[in-house]
Design a protein around this ligand. Sequence first.
Ligand code: MG
Length: 165
Amino acid sequence: MKNVNILDEKFYKDNKIDAVIFDIDNTLVAHTEPTPPENVLEYFDFLKSIGIKYSVVSNNSIERVESFCKDLGVPYYGKALKPRKKYLKKVLAEMNTDAKTTALVGDQLFTDMCGANRMNFLSVLVTAVGEDETSFVSFKRKFEKRILEKNKHKLKEYKGDGVVE
Ligand SMILES: [Mg+2]
């Protein structure tokens, strides 16, 4: 999947999703962007216009997440240690919704997708935006690629037709 913009109204309707949790780095923006760019703000406005709640949960530093999210008016957590459930649970409670109607959108298997699956969220993997931020992440991606290839049949991927396959 290319990026979050492909998640249209049909995606939320067809999958009965009323809330979405976003990762930040390489999901919404490249690692270097301190605040949400216009296209991300427009996407958030779109979510509001169709009544979808959203929030942000990132493993990056609290300062980075604060800078990105402070003006959004939605729940957010930094240093969340995904795939741990603690902050995913908290944010779910703050959005006042259920796991089964919540999607988590992220770019990494071991943190985002694993966390989503542990919470029974709909897990939505996006293609990483921008460059890999650290050599550790690019190291992990090599393994992710292998796992992705092996588990292609099990992974849900949204192709823009409303159905997550
Ligand atoms: Mg990320």
